[in-house]
Design a protein around this ligand. Structure first.
Ligand SMILES: [Cu+2]
Length: 248
């Protein structure tokens, strides 16, 4: 048994460096253009880094087993069952449970608290969002403005999105902000984002409000360009819009 573990441990020592080189050099994330996006990307990065040694261990056991217990033809019986509280089982359970509980606390609970910090607090800007098959209406109730062409947001402003749907389930998702919330007929859901990088849909398609819940034939095209601008540009844009009759 000890000999098998030595071989597996030797293989295990080889794989994680390869994994870390891949993880640290190939970042999968698009632009993170909101404060909340950084917290979410940080959580993803931490979980990926933690999963490298676990995945490497599984690969090492698999690779060693394939070579060591390779069998030609069909096996004539099942292997012996693993029963009881043998040290390898207890060790495996302890070693894998500890980091699982740790990540539930951080970045799980702590990160959620950070992302949802403004849930019950006043915000700087309110935007009401209505999903319909297959377009989005955005309403700025305090400014008396409605838009179906684009979602314009001032940089650095804590913005609450109050989201609903008029026909079927939709989902409010801005990839560049990493925020997503269901749009449900007959109810209002809310999510807060603080844009902290300028950007437009034309420059980067991650600046878009995209439906993320399959809602029918036009689902994939149910998107609205997002534009993050300075406060002055935002004020100018608001002034240029014709006042809307707000129904909500
Ligand atoms: Cu949809």
């Amino acid at each position: 048994m000890a000999r098998h573990f030595t071989f597996v441990a030797a293989l295990w020592a080889v794989f994680p460096p390869i994994g870390y080189v891949l993880v640290l050099n190939f970042t999968p994330f698009p632009v993170a253009a909101a404060k909340e996006a950084k917290a979410i990307d940080g959580a993803f990065t931490l979980l990926t880094l933690l999963s490298v040694p676990v995945f490497a261990f599984v690969c090492a056991v698999l690779a060693y087993s394939l070579v060591r217990w390779h069998l030609k033809g069909d096996p004539d019986s099942d292997g012996p069952a693993l029963r009881g509280h043998k040290p390898p089982i207890v060790t495996w359970f302890t070693v894998t449970s500890a980091p699982t509980i740790a990540v539930i606390i951080h970045p799980g609970i702590t990160g959620l608290r950070e992302v949802r910090a403004h849930d019950n607090m006043p915000v700087d800007l309110l935007v009401q969002v209505e999903g319909r098959r297959f377009f989005w209406n955005v309403i700025y109730p305090e400014q008396g403005v409605k838009s179906r062409k684009e979602l314009v947001l001032p940089i650095g402003v804590v913005t609450r999105f109050e989201v609903t749907a008029y026909d079927v389930l939709h989902s409010f998702w801005i990839p560049a902000f990493r925020i997503k919330v269901d749009a449900v007929p007959g109810m209002y859901t809310a999510i807060v984002a603080t844009p902290d990088e300028f950007g437009t849909f034309a420059q980067d398609p991650n600046f878009r409000l995209q439906c993320a819940e399959l809602c029918g034939a036009g689902h994939a095209t149910m998107r609205l360009p997002v534009r993050v601008v300075s406060q002055e540009e935002f004020d100018t844009w608001i002034a240029e819009q014709s006042p809307a009759k707000l129904t909500r």
